[in-house]
Design a protein around this ligand. Structure first.
Ligand code: VAH
Length: 318
């Protein structure tokens, strides 16, 4: 019987992953946690616990008491916010991971750990088109440095202690359940809310900034598929490239305009432009497809239609 702990259940990934895991494993077997309350459907749909992943004593007590068998550690400070508070962001991103890895090593019931990396581990010296799984990695952001260091620690705990850690280098994730949270790819979420709320959007990246993106349903399905994959088929315990589709703000706004003809976008690049310019424009995820059969189902067109429909429902607008 699996007993799964999701740390960061109020975040962009966690708020959707908890619901999908509960569908598959049963509400009572998926413990949602965060440092603040999560959405009502998560709080009311199964066990929720306010937990500070930086407090290792509180964390190990919870994991032992509930005999947790899998941990998804999703809590992190994203790229944009991390640049505003570099040292606190480094401490949160790294110490939280070290707490989870060390506790998982000690607690024998914990069989698997998932931790999200990011395409932010790549930097300006990395080939930007179809970025390979193994290549030059010189990230220039606190977030990217913490994710690269985290990948190395995951691989260390696998090789030294046999801890079954699994990880994905997510591209930008597009979702409607939660609004943007301090990332560089967040324009791809904000633009939908603003198109519906105001009919116009000021984009903080330039119009031709190509970035790899993935619709959240594909990311959630791929994550669970990785955690359920046959261990012997996995060649990596650092982190898997995952690509999705590569789009620019210009292309995304043109797609939205097909549904909202009067929608208007202006471009006013801010500090996040330099972050985006250091990241890949497209990703080679052939190893993920080979090792655990990842298959993307949603492209820009189908994602756009669903995003607009769901956000209109959420905001009760036409
Ligand atoms: C960010 N959404 O923008 C995250 C992501 C690839 C970017 O890791 O910081």
């Amino acid at each position: 019987m699996e007993r799964i702990l999701v740390i960061g259940a109020a975040g962009q990934i966690g708020s959707e992953l908890v619901l999908e895991l509960r569908k598959q494993y049963g509400n009572e077997h998926v413990f949602a946690s965060d440092i603040k309350p999560a959405s009502p459907d998560i709080m009311e749909g199964g066990p929720f616990q306010v937990l500070d992943v930086m407090d290792d004593k509180q964390l190990i007590h919870f994991i032992i008491r509930h005999r947790i068998t899998q941990i998804y550690h999703l809590a992190a400070v994203l790229s944009g916010n991390a640049e505003k508070l570099p040292i606190p962001a480094w401490h949160i991103n790294m110490n939280s991971l070290m707490n989870v890895l060390e506790i998982s090593r000690i607690c024998e019931d914990v069989k698997k750990v998932f931790w999200p990396s990011s395409i932010a581990v790549f930097g300006p010296s990395t080939p930007r088109q179809n970025t390979p799984q193994l290549t030059t990695m010189e990230p220039i952001t606190v977030y990217g440095i913490s994710k690269l260091a985290g990948e190395r620690w995951c691989d260390y705990y696998y090789n030294k202690y046999g801890l079954d850690v699994r990880s994905i280098r997510y591209p930008g994730l597009i979702s409607y359940k939660t609004e943007a949270g301090g990332g560089t790819t967040d324009y791809s979420v904000e633009i939908f809310y603003e198109a519906i709320r105001k009919g116009n959007y000021e984009c903080f990246l330039s119009e031709d900034t190509a970035l790899p993106m993935l619709f959240m349903p594909d990311a959630i399905r791929g994550t669970i598929e990785l955690m359920e994959a046959d261990h012997d088929k996995l060649s990596l315990h650092s982190s898997y490239n995952l690509g999705g589709f590569s789009i620019t703000p210009r292309e995304l706004s043109a797609e939205i305009k097909k549904h909202i003809p009067d929608f208007n976008v202006t471009y006013k690049p801010d500090f996040r432009q330099a972050i985006a310019d250091s990241w890949p424009q497209s990703i080679d995820d052939s190893i993920a497809r080979r090792d655990w059969g990842f298959k993307m189902k949603y492209g820009m067109e189908s994602m756009t239609k669903i995003m607009l429909d769901e956000i209109r429902k959420k905001l009760n607008t036409k």
